[in-house]
Design a protein around this ligand. Structure first.
Ligand SMILES: [Fe+2]
Length: 164
């Protein structure tokens, strides 16, 4: 197995998180009834497909010759860990608000990881990575913001006196 650099390993992680985001948005979309929130979750899903595609394309470029398989292995591991976390957090009795709480954590993780990729690339100054982070970092910031806002939309619909 090829040894990965810190950047290569981090690219595997963000790819795995983009894959896990699709699993999470599929799951949480089914827990939510509010139509506008469901539409938001669908958009998060579709945009994470785009992020996965763009990341996969980068990893397939000449820069990562000989490393692609190991980066994809890292992605698979990260996706597995994130999906396990989701299953732990969202048990059988999870409702829409529980789902949005989990998505808020997941989007915060994506945003944080992408900002780290961006920071690591300040030293590498790789143009392809910069092009990707210029697109994805603001996108993940927006994902985190809209997910938090959506969780508050659902919280506002809760009866605070109702049994939990
Ligand atoms: Fe996201």
């Amino acid at each position: 197995m090829a040894e990965l650099t810190a950047m290569e390993s981090k690219l595997g992680e963000v790819l795995g998180l983009a894959q896990a985001a699709q699993v999470a948005t599929d799951k949480v979309g089914k827990l939510v009834e509010d139509e506008s929130v469901v539409a938001t979750i669908q958009r998060l899903h579709d945009e994470s497909v785009k992020v996965e595609e763009m990341s996969t394309e980068l990893i397939g470029s000449d820069t990562f010759t000989g490393k692609k398989t190991a980066i994809l292995d890292q992605a698979r591991e990260t996706k597995g860990e994130a999906t396990e976390m989701m299953k732990t957090y969202l048990g059988d009795d999870a409702d829409g608000l529980d789902g949005l709480e989990f998505l808020t954590m997941a989007e915060a993780a994506e945003m944080g990881h992408w900002k780290i990729v961006e920071k690591l690339n300040e030293q590498l100054a790789d143009r392809d990575i910069k092009e990707l982070t210029d697109y994805v970092v603001p996108l993940e910031e927006a994902h985190f913001k809209v997910t938090l806002e959506s969780s508050l939309v659902l919280a506002a619909q809760e009866d605070p006196n109702a049994p939990a």
